[in-house]
Design a protein around this ligand. Sequence first.
Ligand code: 3PG
Length: 392
Amino acid sequence: IKDLSKEELQGKRVLVRVDFNVPLNEKGEVTDNTRIVSSLPTIKYLLENGAKVILVSHLGRPKGKVKEELRMDPVARELEKLLGKKVHKVNQCIGEEVEKAVTELKEGEVLLLENVRFYPEEEAGDEEFARQLAKLADIYVNDAFGTAHRAHASTAVVAKFLPAYAGFLMEKELQVLGEKLNNPDRPFLAILGGAKVSSKIGVIRKLLEKVDILLIGGGMSYTFIKAMGYEVGTSLLEESMIEEARKIMDKAKELKVTFELPEDFVVAPEGKEGVPTQVVKWNQIPPDMGGFDIGPETVEKFGRFIAGAKTIFWNGPLGLFEVDAFAKGTIEIAKKVAASGAVTIVGGGDTIAAIKKAGVEDKITHISTGGGASLEFVEGKKLPGVEALLDK
Ligand code: 3PG
């Protein structure tokens, strides 16, 4: 949108697709406003240039139905605080009430539409629904990098019906992820964690072609350990991915990528607060216990690789970090990543939460607002939200 001048924006109605899919607590308060803060440059630029800003986002997965607890009102309040100005809010995304609110909107004012996933047409990528959204505005801006991997009405289809532009956040995400990960300073190290091998298989394969070192932690490590022929007790295990895990390890060898699994684990009978825990070697997990965090030896070993890296990409926690008893490994690694001096790129809601819990968010080069979107981008997949803009 930096190409849009004041003359082009003054008095124009601009529909901005943002990703305000933020976590809420039981009281309905936003507990992490990273995604809202990240879209402020685009919103402010439009407001300062006299546009009438209409924001649209999804929140959670209401599956085409109105869910009271997923209304956008808490987001409107949070945005109001951050912008220091009134944010108008309507309870629909299309129709008369919305059209009236848009007509009443003045230059430099903001209107937030309701959760767009209350409409089944959104995820279906319905053209008529997209047309109705387009009718509200003169210009479309997509700043929702976090949802760019979805081919939905408000993320991709609406671009067909209006002049369409990328917002500053979208542009920055694509530029940083593209440049830093495709032309990395070496050694290039990736850390992958999270529960499942299956959800990261594509990205693991792609990263093996690019990185020098791959560190694996979190729930997915147990499938690899099982693939090496060892027992994992009651730890998370994806039986169906054991063969795949074996192939990945063979591929790493073939490509001469340093592939590292945890040295030790914090094990417990259950993954909850207050249970007795113990640290065991990676190949000595007792049959009645499960691994819920990486142990101190792993932190030290991973830390040595991290300290020597020049580029680090990290997605996925290394243990069940939302439970304090199992948060230590992930937090220690977050601190080491932050202190590494490398170009550091971190993505995924849980990983960002861990970075914040460690209090090191200011020391990370780029915190991506995309979880699934950043993984698909790294994997080399085309993102429908981006393609729709390129098509224009
Ligand atoms: C995310 O949180 O990754 C994005 O907002 C997309 O949400 P979704 O996975 O429900 O499509």
